[in-house]
Design a protein. Structure first.
Length: 117
């Protein structure tokens, strides 16, 4: 996120609340000014938002990437509902075909193990 994008977000907040603050002027602002104008409200919002809006560098500094690798076991693949959840998460892939190939490979390995015994 760039500083320009943060600034644009701040302006959107100000534009949204400006008519509301003009219709119901905040006591914190009225007590400081003799005449409350749109410009005065806008400057007040900018000052107030300076205290709470982060700078783009602060947002980026706090970012981190975490990688986690998890194995999928034979038991996981055979859990009830697992295939349905995978289909839902990745609908563009033909999971029935992949699952059937997985089962066939498992049966082939079990057949070899039986022959070796």
């Amino acid at each position: 996120m760039s500083e320009a994008e943060v600034g644009e977000s701040r302006e959107q907040v100000i534009e949204y609340y400006l008519p509301l603050a003009n219709a119901n002027q905040p006591d914190a602002l009225v007590g400081k000014l003799l005449k409350v104008t749109d410009g005065a409200i806008r400057r007040w919002f900018q000052t107030e938002l300076d205290t709470v809006f982060p700078k783009a560098k602060e947002l980026i500094k706090k970012m981190s990437l975490e990688e986690r690798y998890k194995d999928v076991t034979y038991e996981t693949l055979n859990q009830k509902g697992f295939l349905d959840s995978v289909k839902h998460a990745f609908p563009q892939i033909d999971w029935d075909k992949a699952y059937n190939e997985f089962l066939a490979a498992g049966e082939a390995v079990q057949g070899r193990e039986t022959l070796e015994e």
